[in-house]
Design a protein around this ligand. Structure first.
Ligand code: ADP
Ligand code: MG
Length: 592
């Protein structure tokens, strides 16, 4: 089982120094408690209470000077000082290394989240990913350091006490006696094996249930408004309670077996002691030797118990490991090929060649789509909701790759271009733009990190955002709140447009980018858009036909296929679907 962890022990490598010091202290602590205690009884007690091995010897303690007595008595604090100091340093250094390792695991996890394809996030919920990145990473770190530590310390302590028993027993009674005493040690491994088997099933389950709880938490926090609007308070609490109880049940099942281990080992060791007693009686063992042996025997159970719980810890870590690996080893489908072609500024000629796409195997969302979009074309995508317009547009920045066919930019397959170069040539404005919890200024700056203050203001002006920004007391330094919560939908969309102005990319994708605008802003934005699209290849998905009418090229989508392409005049005359979509919308506008 430990082999499964091998690649992750690499996380320990940079902290070898810390760990070695920690483990060395652990060995000292282990030996001090394994052999130290019995040794102490062996050395100190006879001096204080006299040597009763020989019944004829005087019971009188040896006569000692105060100084000699002090030295003898100080054995006890000395052993404990050694043991305590070494234990402290051991824990300290191991923890120190542990926090560094946790940091590395978490960072790797977070890094991976940045490059995973979007499809990954549609299959895995936020709460579950949060729980993997936080709680499973924590668990793995704990397992790694516990294992690294105990795997050296406990055997050291065990070897310490067992060698002492063997040595002592051999001197007193010979080999047979040693064997009798040691026979009970392997017995105590039985409960470890039994309990371990029960635990492996439960460990992964706990982490999964924890993911469920986190999931409800994060989903609830992102739907605070819906919970109130639809009076879901009681339902949400019930949902949370249910999930939380499932978690607790899983934890209790784990606990049931885990906590049985120590008593089981102790009972077996008590049986061992009973047998030793029996044997001691038969061979006429003196009490002092017996006590020393029992102490050593008992000291040897401590590391066995530790190794037993180490086994449990490994099981628990394995559960966490599997959940982390599901993410860390998830394939990153969309990456640069080794010979990826660099791309400076694209002209912007797009070509879809027999492109098919499906989110789920077997369900084609785009079916053998072919179309040519020359550089500098303003191209409108229209069609009923769910026809595949957004999916079509999302293939251009390679948010997804086609399952068949290819998309080319300036004649090159998108998959042959450097991903970062490709994406630098594209500005995307979506229906629901997300702002980071930062100032307006910094939210705009992400579109072009080298932009000057003047660039940013002129982009904001072009998007008709400058005035509303200045109406805030802090102006461009206004904090927008989480996901831009302190701004209205229209304001967020104007900031998103300002980002697009700033980015000034040759390809522009506007997916319902004007849908959240009120009719006042709409008029401004239409003017802004006219300016923004000049000289660019534009894919525009809009719900208003006023925007669409002027496009150079209109593509009509129907159920994942291209039903027709052409200009407004052409399509209105030739395509019944287009005509009905157009008429319905103009009718709606007339009714308003
Ligand atoms: N992430 C997704 N996973 C599975 N199916 C999806 C996903 N996104 C969209 N779809 C499905 O793909 C189809 C096309 O969606 P979309 O391209 O968003 O349509 P449109 O933008 O034309 O309204 C719809 O049937 C939708 O249900
Ligand atoms: Mg859409």
């Amino acid at each position: 089982m430990i082999r499964r962890f091998r690649p992750y022990f690499n996380y320990l490598r940079p902290h070898r120094g810390l760990l070695s010091v920690g483990i060395l202290c652990g060995i000292i602590a282990g030996v001090a408690s394994g052999a130290g205690l019995p040794l102490m009884i062996d050395r100190v007690f006879p001096v204080i209470f006299g040597d009763k091995t020989n019944p004829l010897a005087p019971v009188q303690p040896l006569a000692l000077t105060n100084w000699q007595l002090a030295v003898v008595v100080l054995w006890i604090p000395f052993i404990f000082l050694l043991r305590g100091g070494a234990t402290y340093l051991n824990t300290y250094f191991i923890q120190l290394a542990g926090t560094r390792i946790l940091e590395a695991i978490r960072l790797d996890f977070f890094r991976k989240l940045q490059v995973l394809p979007l499809s990954f996030f549609q299959k895995n919920s936020t709460g579950d990913l949060l729980s993997r990145g936080l709680s499973d990473a924590n668990q793995l770190q704990f397992t790694l350091i516990t294992v690294a530590n105990e795997i050296v310390r406990s055997p050291a302590s065990l070897i310490g006490s067992i060698s002492y028993i063997a040595w002592k027993a051999y001197h007193v009674q010979g080999v047979t006696f040693v064997l009798v005493i040691l026979a009970v040690v392997p017995l105590s491994v039985l409960p470890i094996r039994y309990v371990g088997k029960k635990l492996i099933k439960r460990a992964g389950q706990i982490q999964a249930e924890l993911g469920g709880v986190t999931n409800i938490f994060s989903e609830n926090l992102s739907a605070t408004k819906e919970v109130r609007a639809f009076s879901l308070e009681a339902r949400e609490v019930a949902r949370f309670k249910g999930s939380s109880q499932t978690l607790i049940r899983a934890q209790m099942k784990f606990m049931k077996y885990e906590k049985a281990l120590t008593p089981l080992i102790e009972i077996i060791s008590a049986v061992g002691i009973a047998f030793t007693l029996l044997y001691a009686y038969k061979v006429n063992l003196d009490q002092k030797t017996f006590i020393v042996l029992i102490t050593a025997l008992y000291a040897s159970y401590e590391p066995i118990k530790k190794l037993g719980s180490l086994n449990n810890e490994l099981k628990r870590g394995l559960g966490a490991l599997e959940r982390l690996e599901a993410v860390l080893q998830a394939p990153v489908a969309i990456v640069d090929t080794p010979d990826a072609r660099p791309l400076a500024r694209a002209h912007g000629a797009l070509s879809f060649e027999n492109v098919s796409f499906s989110y789920q195997p077997g369900e084609l969302v785009l079916n053998d789509v072919s179309v040519l979009i020359p550089a500098g074309t303003v191209c409108a995508l229209v069609g009923p909701s769910g026809a595949g317009k957004s999916t079509f547009a999302n293939l251009v920045p390679r948010f997804f790759d086609p399952v068949a066919g290819r998309v080319t930019l300036d004649g090159h397959d998108l998959r042959s271009l450097r991903l970062a170069d490709l994406r630098r040539n594209i500005a995307v404005v979506s229906q629901d733009p997300v702002l980071f919890n930062d100032t307006i200024y910094h939210n705009l700056l992400i579109a072009r990190p080298d932009a000057s203050r003047a660039d940013i203001e002129s982009a904001a002006r072009a998007a008709y955002a400058h005035d509303f920004i200045l109406s805030f007391p802090a102006g461009y330094d206004t904090l927008v709140g989480e996901r831009g919560a302190r701004l209205s939908g229209g304001q967020k969309q104007r900031l998103a447009l300002a980002r697009a102005f700033l980015r000034n990319a040759p390809i522009l994708i506007l997916d319902e980018a004007t849908s959240a605008l009120d009719s006042d802003s709409e008029a401004f934005i239409q003017t802004a858009l006219k300016r923004l699209v000049v000289g660019k290849t534009v894919l525009i998905i809009a719900h208003r036909f006023s925007t669409i009418r002027d496009a150079n090229l209109i593509i009509v989508f129907e159920a994942g296929e291209i039903a027709a392409t052409g200009t407004h005049a052409h399509l209105y005359a030739a395509n019944p679907l287009y005509r009905s979509l157009y008429d319905r919308q103009s009718g709606d506008s007339a009714a308003l």
